[in-house]
Design a protein around this ligand. Structure first.
Ligand code: A3P
Length: 301
């Protein structure tokens, strides 16, 4: 199934036809979750692959064998992708780990009453849009991104694939008050204190680890380890689908790279939209490297 230029519109959102069909999206909304499932939810480019690695490592008490021998899309398959059920069946993990980019307003009904352990990972939206822009250049199943200012406009309007970042983050994080099976963690928190982040995730998954095991997780989920890990760095994906000459999935892995793309004018434009859309939201963000020691990234739990 190539369908690289096909776009599926589903509930008003666009999805790549290379990975999704109307049927796979419909099935995702009706998926019978089990209380033992682990669900990783995120807007694209927020640190999904990183959390997949962390969850795999925690489940294996820091032993990297599985994360280095099984592709991440097999050990933590995407709920909405057309091959999901086949892969889930073949997944070697003891506990099912399911990844999704779907917004909460679509997936909420299927999760109603479920005790599945959910991890929602978010990231400073300025770094998300920059990472997503570069990813559009290399991913042949996504449209050409055009100029960065055009791309940013579409991001802020919510018309890119997977829809509005604002709806996504507000939809999922608003559930933390009532769903104690939902952990919200940020890319910045993982960046600033990976040890602490791993402990929070392992405690949420009720998989406490010994200090040595935590240290092994830290070592094996570092940017440099994942950059070298074919099972996580997407180099197994063929050139026709991801053009590895145009970029690397494991691109920079940094906080604050937005500064290399945003002009002052784009920054003001971003701020005006962000301030109005996030008016009703108390989340705080780490905006750049300098901020990171001062800002409390643990927004809501
Ligand atoms: P950049 O493009 O800014 O480098 P996702 O997995 O949600 O698609 O997110 C991809 C982003 O997470 C990329 O960001 C990638 O480099 C970054 N990333 C993945 N693993 C990481 C790690 N171990 N440490 C830091 N960043 C990581």
């Amino acid at each position: 199934m190539a369908r690289l230029d096909v776009v599926e519109t589903f509930h008003g959102l666009m999805f790549s036809g290379h990975l999704h069909t109307q049927n796979s999206l419909e099935l995702a909304l009706k998926f019978p979750f089990q209380d033992t499932d682990i669900i990783i939810a995120s807007y694209p480019k927020s640190g999904t692959t990183w959390i997949q690695e962390i969850v795999t490592l925690i489940s294996n008490r820091g032993d990297p064998h599985m994360s280095q021998t099984v592709p991440n899309w097999t050990r933590a398959p995407w709920l909405e992708h057309y091959y999901f059920s086949v892969i889930l069946e073949a997944s070697p993990t003891k506990t099912r780990v399911i990844t999704t980019h779907l917004p909460h307003h679509l997936l909420g009904p299927a999760l109603q009453g479920s005790k599945a352990k959910i991890i929602y990972v978010s990231r400073n939206p300025k770094d998300v849009v920059v990472s997503f822009y570069h990813f559009h250049k290399m991913a042949n199943f996504l449209p050409e991104p055009g100029s960065f200012s055009e791309f940013l406009k579409r991001f802020l309007e919510g018309t890119l694939h997977y829809g509005s970042w604002f709806d996504h983050i507000k939809g999922w994080t608003s559930q933390t008050a009532t769903m104690n099976n939902l952990l919200h963690i940020t890319y910045e928190e993982m960046s600033m204190d990976i040890q602490g982040a791993i402990k929070r995730v392992s405690s949420h998954l009720q998989s406490p680890l010994l200090e040595d095991e935590v240290n092994n997780c830290v070592k094996n989920c570092s940017f440099s380890s994942m950059l070298d890990n074919k099972m996580a760095n997407y180099t197994l994906v063929t050139e026709d689908i991801m053009d590895h000459n145009k970029g690397s999935f494991m691109r920079k892995g940094k906080i604050g790279d937005w500064k290399n793309m945003f002009t002052e004018e784009l920054n003001q434009y971003f701020k005006s939209v962000f301030d109005s859309k996030m008016e009703d939201c108390i989340l705080e963000f780490v905006w750049d490297e300098q901020d990171k020691d001062e800002t409390n990234a643990n927004e809501s739990h």
